[in-house]
Design a binder for this molecule. Structure first.
Ligand code: SF4
Length: 372
């Protein structure tokens, strides 16, 4: 099989991992090399977009994850088992870089043979990319569950970012997904190694949601634990989608809406530093309510509209439509002696349609949305 055909299959096989960044949309040009499904656009820290070749080294896997098209013995889903040699993949990546189609690599793999053998192939690829083709840009290296310490260490010396997917919110939940992966030993221990080997490098992880009855509270608790204990930079939530030929093929597809709500809730405690109990209070049944979690929390906690003339930073941040930059702008304006009206608030960055029901401006409650 030629390399482009392999790239199409292995790029497509890698699509279940949403950890690659904030994927926006594929490149608009859809011919030739641009047509590889593994080329994604991801948002960088500075807000600019980069293009990554996101691919598996192989989609052959001896593990048995019940949701995965690549699992051992799955013949029905039509996914052909193929592998790149390190020479093929590094050369393809170099061609894509030279043609300015991508400027980074996201490399994962199925576990063919054992995790160390598969990781060794991935390392050979990355060594060729770094040393033969002198690529100095971004490489995200997926550490396979169960890989030995020495290989993780080598990966940490070659890649910009390492990550391991926890997949489920805890050991019992993972046991329902796979009879082989051991949550503490194969996954958490590897995350602890990454934290030690690459402190502050921003490891990420992924959880699949809607696969086996897990609640939002379980998922968010796990994410919070990961942020605190593993120095996690970002948790990604992947809405479960059944794959033909797997034991979970008849399960219900999860909505993207649920994953989006989890991202919003995650943002509240990860970025806005909301106390976790505030989220718990709006999840009496363990599930996020059917609305923006920030609005749900504001409705519960802001019994009285907030006085803008006296509210502190943390209080302002509780108001939907007001983020940290806007909160700072409001405080700065207040300190300069400015009087507030809706125009001034808008200039500070407030989204008045969202904020209005929760604030008072110059003693007046802002309920008349049509006045805004
Ligand atoms: S380890 Fe599990 S999730 Fe990963 S490729 Fe193998 S079967 Fe799929």
């Amino acid at each position: 099989m030629d390399v482009i055909s392999k790239a199409k299959i292995l790029g497509d096989s890698g699509k279940y991992d949403v950890c690659g960044g904030e994927v926006c949309k594929p490149p608009e040009i859809t011919t030739g090399l641009h047509n590889i499904p593994g080329i994604i656009r991801a948002k960088e820290k500075n807000g600019r977009f980069c293009s990554l070749l996101k691919t598996l080294q192989t989609n052959a896997c001896k593990f048995d994850c019940n949701y995965c098209a690549n699992r051992a013995g799955n013949r029905k889903s039509g996914n052909q088992k193929v592998s790149f040699t390190p020479v093929e993949l590094s050369s393809l990546f170099n061609t894509l870089v030279q043609k300015n189609i991508v400027n980074g690599l996201f490399l994962s793999s199925g576990v063919s043979g054992d995790p160390d053998k598969s990781t060794a192939d991935m390392l050979k690829t990355v060594r060729l990319v770094r040393h033969k083709y002198h690529f100095g840009g971004y490489i995200h290296f997926k550490v396979l569950p169960g890989t030995n310490y020495e290989l993780v260490k080598q990966a940490s010396e070659l890649a910009n970012r390492l990550s391991v997917n926890v997949e489920a919110p805890g050991s019992a939940r993972l046991n329902e997904l796979s009879s082989i992966k051991d949550f503490k030993n194969d996954i958490l221990r590897r995350q602890a190694w990454i934290k030690r080997l690459r402190p502050g490098s921003g490891q990420t992880t992924q959880m699949i949601v809607g696969v086996n009855g897990e609640t939002d509270l379980e998922v968010l608790r796990m994410a919070r634990w990961e942020y605190e204990k593993m120095d996690l930079k970002r948790c990604y939530y992947s809405a479960f989608s059944p794959v033909k030929g797997t034991p979970f093929e008849d399960r219900r597809k999860e909505t993207q809406l649920r994953a989006n709500r989890l991202y919003k809730a995650d943002w509240l405690f990860r970025v806005y530093k909301y106390e976790f109990r505030l989220l718990k209070e709006v999840m009496p049944d363990g599930m996020l309510p059917d609305k923006d979690p920030k609005v749900a929390i504001a409705e519960k906690t802001l019994a009285e509209p907030l006085e803008l003339e006296s509210a502190g930073f943390d209080e302002l941040l509780m108001v939907p439509g007001i983020g940290p930059v806007t909160a700072e702008n409001i405080i700065r304006k207040r300190e300069s002696g400015a009087r507030f009206d809706t125009k001034v608030l808008k200039r500070c960055g407030a989204v008045m349609q969202r904020a209005a029901p929760f604030i008072r401006v110059n003693g007046e409650r802002q309920l008349r949305l049509n006045a805004l």
